[in-house]
Ligand binder design. Sequence first.
Ligand code: PLP
Length: 436
Amino acid sequence: MNSYQETFDFASQYLVAGVSSAVRLSKAFGHPFYTVRGDGSRLQGIDGKEYIDLCMSHGASFLGHNNPKIVEAIKNALELGIICSHETKFHSEYAKQICDMVPCCELVRFTCSGSDATQHALRVAREFTRKEKVIQFEGCFHGYHEGVMFSTHPTLKEAGPYEKPNAVPTSGGIPEAIKNLVYILPYNDVDVLEKTIKKHRDEIAAIIVEPVGYNSGCMLAKREFIKSLRELTTENDVLLIFDEILSGFRMCVGGAQEYFNTTPDLCTLGKAIAGGTPLSVFGGKKEIMQHVKPLGRVQHSGTYNGHLFSIMAGLASLDQISSPGFYDHINNLAARLYSGFNEILQKHKIKGIIQGLGGLFGIYFGLEKEPRNYRDIAENMSSDKLMKFYKEAFKQGLYFADYGGGPAHHGFSSMHTTDDIEECLDKIDIAVSKIS
Ligand SMILES: Cc1ncc(COP(=O)(O)O)c(C=O)c1O
């Protein structure tokens, strides 16, 4: 079986829709991108062709595929005997490194996925404040558990009034009652934020926010918005949680909290922290994190938490991330890729912009200026053009995940080279010429 269709037909007999995760079934291609091997910036498809990867495991393979130091670290962990459900000295070394690098982290706990991390961060916030409701923002995404599955990319019809958006469930099976625990607000709107917090301060436990809205491409928070988030939460006894599953380590060592010079009470980290292995973190101020069991009452346990493979891969990742020149390389590639892509759109007279920060970016066909919030994107973005572009890019040997055609983040790794980026731009040029 070496054709996509044949493999997909076989898989569909046993796996729901032929995949282990819904977004892996590419709507643009009509099948998943079956891969047989990854090396650095490249993936080999089941068709034998080589593709430059601009998905990078949805941001998890920030240090490249088959990164030699991460491979070596996992081999070391393997030799210790596949240690699962045990603490080792490596766990505390890794936790110390996270605490040294990420401003808000004084104490941390390990979980397996980003969804685990946001679920526990919210649980801690509710216990600490003894309040129940949570504010989140339209266009942000915080994982797959019931508590946060609202209004990531609602249709404009579903979304409701701008100042008081509906909480639109992003999945079937979400109990109606949970809607009553969330307030959805527009991103980057300080006035609406202030009114809502002041009015409901006695019931709001926390605000959870993507400080860079990568799940809507790259919806950048305004500095005054981040500043107001910090001030208003402090003044009103509400905890501020930065969901840095994507933004952590993406543009500088301390992630978005360092970039914005704003320290939240709690944060979640994932993806880039462990070289493509399953590991995430929730952490924050000591007085808050001390509410986690067995110090406090907040349950957090799990067979696979802090699996040694991931901890060792994480140590090898942070070692590379903190080495001199790491972010010069990332930011140089970013500058060339994003400006080169924008120039290509102009050359082909395609309305659209590329917006990126650090190693992740969004493609906004149909927009002429930087989006301020999700509605700016939803009102203007051309999904059809985007899907055609992904398909043409794939024919040229470039892989973008399509996320069903909605606003999406794409990205590169530290193993991408300047030559890779030039090759990407040549291929992007051809793909864009086919859709113009
Ligand atoms: C900001 C953010 N939070 C949470 C999650 C959930 O992470 P996971 O897919 O590991 O559960 C994601 C996943 O993309 C994310 O981008």
